[in-house]
Write a protein that binds this ligand. Structure first.
Ligand code: FES
Length: 579
């Protein structure tokens, strides 16, 4: 049997089940134990449904049911579906941060696909790090794969208005701290802010990365914008199941889709969406798995020529449900394609067809939600890469989500050596924090955090909030939730924990931020910094055993994507011989 390019004998799973040897016989006996006769699976692509469902991951609580719709599509197309559970990364519950475990899920996915008889894979995820992890693993495994985004949850609802997950949590918590709302309001908020399955419905990291996956060409067209509970999500799952069977026959592997042009387009898309700063780290890591050079400078360069077209919180006004009704990502990509040089319309996607075909005719149904270049929220995307003696390897700021008055700012540092210290001291008036102060948090990077937690939106002291201060310059080697906002300089590299210049800052030092000039500078003489460096003592390793030790020994810095060096590099990694 042959469809597309592959014959039955060429199916990868045939290495397990083909031939007359003992192993093939043994594998057949255990397939019968699973309840499958040879007629069920022989000569058919075996499709691994890689499911990040968990009872402790509310963003993925519908994925067990949705896997059944994927299986329906696989059966329809003549494949044999098999569901696998893999690690689940719940942004809410997993500590110290799911970022510590992104590479673990990537390894889990790669090794699962490599070591089992899979001819193709449907990857099911959505909550923040899940998307890059699954795609990194699938790219390294190198078998046909398609991503099925979990979809955003419905709009939040609160006293006749809407709520955005994350974004409004931070906003109303500040209102509570400022004494503007009380327990009754908080109780209503708690019930209304996350009221359906699905990932965060603001343009946080989840929506950013699922949209990036679609822009990369790794989902069916339009998949990233469909709300998790919409019937279109069920239908997309079935269509995804059908398509992966065809991809297995066609031998359409990720390397044919995840090209340099695809990553350039994903960066442009993320920026046009006003997406999360976390995308910088994840896309750099994903590109590294594909052998595609992608640097911080690419983000800065593309940011200067791509307008912000999506009016979605936290940078804009609406939520992902509104975005879907307005036409979704296909409509946004159609608008982005009108910007000269923004997209590469000829590259192929999981459909096997050019991107241009997939977005042709996509209409915008609400021009306030999805803008055109002339009506863009901002003529340039709102992300800048900063450099200077405080961040020799770079730092990022999403200045579209910051008070413009702070884009150029110089002020005295108030330094915290860690998150706990910051929590304990931030509201102490004795610190003398003023609106001009620059809050500095260090030892919150890839190693120092550990796992580079989302501590980067440092809280403004209560006594300043009460005076109406809502933004200040904040600098850290941490990340920031995609749903956060403010003049937060993030991802300072190298991090303080490995002796980056952030480790040398002292309270009272003057720091200069100049976004238009892309500068982050510690206004201290080189001689004085040299003295401080000579006195600096490296901290002991956070972990002496376990996964944390593996992570600590191999994780790269933020500007390199925080992948493990041994996963990011090219090299021999033979397929198993199941016979
Ligand atoms: Fe899962 Fe926000 S907590 S996407």
């Amino acid at each position: 049997m042959s469809r597309g390019q592959a014959t039955t004998a060429e199916l990868r799973s045939e290495r397990w089940f083909g031939g007359e040897g003992l192993r093939a016989y043994s594998h057949g006996t255990r397939m019968r134990q699973l309840g499958a006769d040879p007629a069920d699976y022989r000569g058919k692509p075996i499709i691994a449904i890689v499911n990040t469902w968990s009872g402790m991951n509310p963003c993925h609580m519908h994925l067990r049911e949705r896997a059944e719709q994927v299986k329906r599509g696989v059966w329809q197309a003549g494949g044999f579906p098999v569901e696998f559970g893999v690690a689940t990364l719940s942004e809410t519950f997993q500590k110290p941060t799911p970022m510590l475990y992104r590479n673990l899920l990537a390894m889990d996915t790669e090794e699962l696909l490599r070591s089992y008889p899979a001819d193709g894979a449907v990857l099911m995820g959505g909550c923040d790090k899940t998307t890059p992890a699954l795609l990194m693993g699938a790219a390294s495994a190198g078998i046909p794969a398609i991503y099925l985004p979990a979809g955003p949850m419905l709009r939040g609802s609160y006293r006749g208005g809407t709520l955005g997950s994350g974004t409004d949590l931070w906003k109303y918590w500040d209102d509570k701290r400022a004494g503007l709302i009380g327990d009754c309001e908080l109780a209503d908020l708690a019930s209304g802010i996350a009221r359906s399955p699905g990932h965060c419905m603001t343009m946080g990291t989840a929506s950013t990365m699922t949209s990036a996956a679609e822009a990369l060409g790794m989902t069916l067209p339009g998949a990233a914008s469909i709300p998790a509970v919409d019937s279109a999500h069920y239908r997309n799952a079935t269509a995804t199941g059908r398509r992966i069977v065809e991809m297995a026959w066609e031998g359409l592997t990720p390397d044919k889709i995840l090209t340099g042009a695809a990553f350039q387009d994903a960066v442009a898309t993320v920026l046009a969406l006003g997406g999360s700063t976390n995308a910088v780290i994840h896309l750099v890591a994903m590109a590294g798995r594909c052998g595609v050079p992608l640097s911080l400078d690419d983000f800065d360069e593309i940011s200067r020529r791509v307008p912000v077209l999506a009016n979605i919180r936290p940078g804009g006004q609406y939520l992902m449900e509104d975005f879907y009704y307005a036409g979704g990502l296909r409509a946004l990509l159609a608008q982005l394609a009108e910007v000269p040089g923004a997209l590469h319309p000829d590259r192929i996607t999981v459909t096997g067809r050019p991107l241009a075909e997939q977005i042709a005719g996509a209409e915008v149904y609400n021009e306030d939600v999805i803008r055109t270049a002339p009506t863009a929220l901002a003529p340039e995307a709102g992300l800048a890469v900063l450099r200077g003696n405080l961040a020799p390897d770079g730092a990022v700021i999403k200045h579209i989500a910051a008070d413009p008055a702070l884009h150029q700012h110089a002020g005295p540092a108030v330094v915290f050596d860690g998150y706990r210290q910051m929590q304990q001291q931030i509201n102490d008036p004795a610190l003398g924090v003023t609106p001009d102060s620059v809050l500095v948090l260090r030892n919150a990077g890839p190693l120092g955090g550990p796992g580079m937690p989302e501590y980067g939106m440092l809280p403004i002291p209560d006594y300043l909030l009460a005076k109406g201060v809502r933004d200040m310059v904040r600098i850290s080697d941490a990340r920031m939730s995609g749903t956060s906002y403010g003049a937060c300089v993030l991802h300072v590299a190298p991090e303080a924990y490995v002796g980056g210049p952030l480790a040398l800052v002292r309270t009272g030092d003057q720091i200069t931020l100049d976004v238009p000039e892309r500068v982050l500078r510690l206004d201290v003489s080189d001689a004085e910094l040299g003295r401080r460096r000579a006195a600096w003592q490296p901290p002991p390793p956070r972990y002496e055993r376990g996964y944390g030790a593996l992570y600590s020994e191999h994780v790269t810095q933020a500007d390199k994507g925080c992948d493990f060096g041994f996963l990011a590099r090219a090299g021999r990694n033979p397929e198993p011989d199941p016979r």
